[in-house]
Design a protein around this ligand. Structure first.
Ligand code: IPE
Ligand code: IPE
Ligand code: MG
Length: 235
């Protein structure tokens, strides 16, 4: 395949609408969404995508009903328990983007352990955004740099894009090349704000549980045909 993106980010949106369409509980829509996600991860790993970032739970998603949040938290545990072995075997390295400390105790321990288990893997770098907000990530980076400056460890002149990027969850990874959001919504919803500076964007008109590997393959192909300029002139 020509021009594979190094870093793909996906906003997996539409589980709620999918459940409504099928007249079933929202939680079951999320469950169906996990099935789609499994396939996309597997395909990304097999195709040789470098980094895949998945938006699983935003800092704003706590606003949802207790019932829905509980269902999502339950699915997070199920996912890690059922997938970790296969992912580890495939050489996938898992990293959580977001405030892990703000997750319930059980979820926190489970995701930390998945990170530890897969720490030395050099296959697909799988970022799972949990309790993640792009603004919060930027503020966290600003605080860390400010601290270093106050302690005299860095000079103000040293604060540039490179120094800033080192403070992000994705510090050692490339910027996002391709951002995909399903469900037809065309917004970024606080996902990887800094890293998406020059991302190509695709908005497939299907709800996340209906997003197939074949659609993903086509989206990767569309990316390959995009002309990227990064502010320069074509050609
Ligand atoms: C995205 O699906 C999954 C999460 C936010 C966890 P939604 O639940 O946002 O689905 P819609 O947007 O209500 O259809
Ligand atoms: C973004 O989707 C968050 C995730 C997919 C986890 P939302 O459904 O929460 O975003 P909005 O509310 O439509 O912007
Ligand atoms: Mg949504």
């Amino acid at each position: 395949m020509s021009q594979l993106p190094k870093h793909v980010a996906i906003i997996m949106d539409g589980n709620g609408r999918w459940a409504k369409q099928h007249k079933i509980a929202t939680a079951l829509g999320h469950r169906k969404g996990v099935e789609a996600l499994r396939e996309i991860i597997r395909y990304s790993s097999d195709t040789g995508i470098g980094v895949l970032s998945l938006y699983a739970f935003s800092t704003e998603n706590w606003k949802r009903s207790r019932e829905e949040v509980d269902a999502l938290m339950g699915l997070i545990l199920d996912f890690f328990k059922s997938e970790i072995e296969e992912l580890h075997q495939k050489g996938v390295r898992i990293r959580i983007l977001g405030d892990v400390e703000g997750l319930p105790e059980k979820q926190m321990r489970t995701v930390r352990s998945a990170e530890d288990t897969t720490r030395n893997n050099i296959g697909l770098q799988l970022n799972i955004a949990l309790n993640y907000g792009g603004q919060a990530e930027i503020i966290r980076a600003v605080k860390s740099l400010s601290n270093k400056a106050m302690r005299g460890e860095i000079q103000l002149e040293d604060i540039d894009e490179q120094a800033f990027q080192k403070e992000l969850y994705t510090h050692d990874q490339p910027m996002v090349d391709l951002l995909i959001r399903t469900s037809g919504e065309m917004r970024i919803s606080n996902f990887l704000l800094y890293q998406c500076a020059y991302a190509e964007m695709l908005f497939p008109q299907v709800l996340w549980p209906d997003y197939t590997v074949e659609m993903y393959r086509q989206d990767l192909q569309k990316f390959g045909k995009r002309e990227r300029r990064f502010g320069g002139r074509e050609g």
